[in-house]
Write a protein that binds this ligand. Structure first.
Ligand SMILES: *Cc1c(COP(=O)(O)O)cnc(C)c1O
Length: 377
């Protein structure tokens, strides 16, 4: 039986929602009204804190906006609020999340140009540069930082340089990487960056966090294609009254405040990355020993989530493997690749190298129970 993690039952080796600290869950044992002075103060403090953590403290060129909903709502808010009426967007795609950005733009009635790569290949800045040269009518370039589909990291800083040089708007989905993989907003020329409460900050699901270059944000007024996801209006609301325009995720905000305290106590970006890297190293070592093959070239691999090929054995069934691990208290993640049979293991959230060891032991005994023999190295 796996470790019973507080009252959460199972350890989540997924990319989010993640295993959260007990204190983070306990912070939610409080009801606050949306106009309650305590709540407004928490929102204000968190906005200040997040700009500091992103390396762009006030008064700097960036603003931070909370948007209700999961991370996708944040991406949709940016795309549908920022793009000009007959705008054209270039979306670099090497996984399901890049694909999702293109879909959001299409549904929003925006002209989409796609720059496609296989799922194991990072986006190249030279290709972005060429695409920008070919289509001078482009307004915006969108890219995913860590493609959670595989765990691959795209070279956002380099891409940002060529986007900035072209005068285009640059939008980054840094959902699964922000707060852990280093990224300097200003140096990378980022106009809009989206992350969420329930990824590397280790809060609970409920809202996304959007960093926006103020100048770029101000120029988008009146462009929104929806009411609820109107980024500029949301920012105006937070600035003028300190309130969300519609019911705020009060409990998720309380959890986030607590999670940010823990994040700082752990040493911020480098501290948390250190733990995730230790988790990831333990996982790679153990999976290699068991005979599993990773999907990505290690050069492109992040410490966030790792994709492994299914064992080539007739008795292996992912469904049975998943369920047997889950029964032991370990939740892993199915694959999302279009061309290969893989599964994924996340190494983020309140999990530690010892938990990874426990997972590896459970994987070993589960394979034995299934009668799956590997070629251990
Ligand atoms: C998690 C994630 C999202 C958002 O997914 P939701 O299910 O809406 O939270 C978007 N992009 C990436 C890269 C992600 O990892």
């Amino acid at each position: 039986m796996g470790r019973n993690h507080g009252d959460s039952g199972k350890l989540l080796f997924t990319p989010g929602p993640l295993t959260t600290a007990r204190a983070t869950k306990e912070a939610m044992l409080r009801d606050l009204g949306s106009r309650d002075a305590t709540f407004l103060e928490i929102v204000r403090r968190m906005r200040t804190k997040l700009l500091e953590l992103a390396g762009v403290p006030k008064p700097g060129p960036y603003e931070v906006i909370f948007m209700q909903g999961s991370g996708t709502f944040g991406v949709e808010s940016v795309i549908s609020s920022v793009m000009p009426r007959n705008g054209r967007i270039l979306v670099a795609i090497n996984g399901a999340y890049g694909e999702r950005i293109a879909k959001i733009a299409t549904v929003s009635g925006i002209h989409v140009s796609e720059l496609r790569y296989p799922e194991n290949t990072p986006v190249r800045e030279a290709d972005v540069e060429a695409a920008l040269r070919e289509d001078p009518e482009l307004d915006c370039v969108a890219v995913v930082h860590c493609e959670t589909t595989t765990g691959l990291v795209n070279p956002v800083e380099n891409i940002g340089q060529v986007v900035k040089a072209s005068g285009n708007c640059f939008m980054v989905d840094a959902m699964s990487s922000f707060a852990v993989l280093p990224l300097e907003l200003e140096a990378a020329g980022i106009d809009f960056l989206v992350t969420s409460s329930n990824k590397c900050f280790e809060g609970v699901p409920g809202f996304s966090v959007i960093f926006a270059r103020r100048e770029a944000l101000l120029s988008t007024e009146g462009r929104a294609r929806t009411v609820s996801l109107d980024l500029h209006a949301q920012w105006r609301g937070l600035e003028s009254t300190g309130q969300f325009r519609f019911t705020p995720p009060t409990h998720a905000m309380l959890a986030m405040e607590r999670a940010l305290t823990a994040y700082e106590a752990e040493g911020g970006t480098s501290g948390r990355r250190g733990r995730y890297e230790a988790n990831h190293a333990a996982l790679m070592h153990g999976m290699h020993k068991l005979g599993f093959r990773p999907y990505l070239d290690p050069v492109y691999q992040s410490c966030i989530i790792t994709t492994f090929y299914y064992p080539e054995h007739p008795r292996f069934s992912f469904k049975a493997f998943y369920e047997m691990l889950s029964d032991q208290g370990f939740v892993i993640y199915p694959g999302k690749l279009t061309h290969a049979n893989c599964f994924r293991i996340g190494t983020v959230g309140q999990v530690f190298p010892k938990d990874v060891e426990d997972l590896l032991n459970a994987i070993e005994s589960t394979l034995a129970a299934m009668g799956v023999e590997m070629n251990p190295s």
